[in-house]
Design a protein around this ligand. Sequence first.
Ligand SMILES: NC(=O)c1ccc[n+]([C@@H]2O[C@H](COP(=O)([O-])OP(=O)(O)OC[C@H]3O[C@@H](n4cnc5c(N)ncnc54)[C@H](OP(=O)(O)O)[C@@H]3O)[C@@H](O)[C@H]2O)c1
Length: 326
Amino acid sequence: MLAVYAANGDAENPLAGLKVGQVPLPKVPEGWLRVKVEAATVNWHDVFTLKGIGHHSLTFPIVLGCEGVGTLEDGSRVILYPVMISPGYIGDETKDEKRNVFSELVDGTLAEYVAVPPANILPLPKEIDSVSGAVLGIAWLTAYRMLFTKSGLRPGQTMLVQGSSGGVTTALIQLGVAAGMRVWTTGRSAEKRKLAESLGAERTFEAGEKLPTLVDAVFDTSGTATWKHTVASVKTGGTIVVCGGHSGFELPTDAFRLLVDQLSIHGVYAGTLDEFRDLISFVAAKKIKPCVGNVLPLSEAVEAVKSIHEGRTQGKVVLTVGDVAV
Ligand SMILES: NC(=O)c1ccc[n+]([C@@H]2O[C@H](COP(=O)([O-])OP(=O)(O)OC[C@H]3O[C@@H](n4cnc5c(N)ncnc54)[C@H](OP(=O)(O)O)[C@@H]3O)[C@@H](O)[C@H]2O)c1
C-alpha cells in the first residue's frame, strides 16, 4: 500500500527521512480492526517524528500521521480517537503514563490502511465530511481541551491566540468564536491575520505587538518564540494554556510576575475520549467547518510536511486517499 513514513530521524534536516512509497499492509493485532483511510492530516507532530523527537523512543521506519477518518470493512464511516492507552487502564486517557498516539509505537494514519484498537474507533456523524473529520483528532481535540477544560474562560471574556494560521490556532479561533469568547490573535503576516479575521477573530495583532489591554487567557502553541509576549499579555489572575513548543521548549518565566499576579499555567496533551465525543457533537451541532488550507493527495505528502515545517499554513493540511468529497 502507499504510505508516508519516516525512514529515520534527523534533528537538523527532518525532511531527509521523509518517504512516500509502498509498504506492506499493516499487521492487525488480535482484536484490532483494519481501517481504510479516506483522509488524514499532517501535524507538527510528524515533523517532530522526522526530527527523531518523541514522547516514546522511536523505532524507524514508522508510518506518520496521528489522526484521520476512513471506513471499516462493512463500509461504515469512522473517525479515529488518537490516544491509545494501556490494557486495563481506567480514567483520563491523557494521564496514562503509557499512552501513545498513532505513529509513535504503532504505524500511523498517513497510509491507505491503518490498524486500530476498537476503543479508538467512533462513528463519523453524517453532518461531518471526511476532510473536516480528519482534522478533529489532534489539533481540534487539543484546542477543545485547552479552551473548554483548562482555560476556565466564560463567554464574553477575551482570549489571545498566539498565531493565526496553524492547525491548533485556527481550531482555537473557531471554537472560541462559536462559544462566544472575544478572540484576539497574533499573526506573523497580514495574510495570516486576515485569515483569523475571516474565522471570526475580533482583533488581530502583529507578532509580539503590545495589546491595548491585558486578556483573560492566552493560548500558546509555539513555545519560546511567543512565550515572553504570552506572559506579558495575560491579566492578573489570568490563565496561560500551552500545548506545543515547535519554536523551542524553553519557557523562561519571571516567577515574581507569576506569584504576584497569581497566573495559572496549564499544559495540555490531546484530550480524553469523552472530550472527543463532545467535540464531535459540538462541531456537528454548530455546523462548524474547520479551516482547511490545503487538501492534497497522499502522494504529495512531501509538500504537505514542508508547508508546516516552513510555516506556510493557512489552516490544516489534509491528505486524501482515493476520491474524497471536499
Ligand atoms: N500537546 C498536544 O497534544 C499537541 C497537539 C497538537 C499540537 N501540538 C503542538 O502544537 C504546536 C502547533 O501544532 P500545529 O500542528 O497546529 O502546527 P502549525 O499548524 O504549523 O501551526 C503553528 C502555529 O505556531 C504559530 N507561531 C507563532 N510564532 C511562531 C514562530 N516563531 N515559529 C513558528 N510558529 C509560530 C504560527 O503562527 P502564524 O499563524 O502566525 O504562522 C501557527 O499558528 C506544535 O508544537 C505541536 O507539536 C501539541
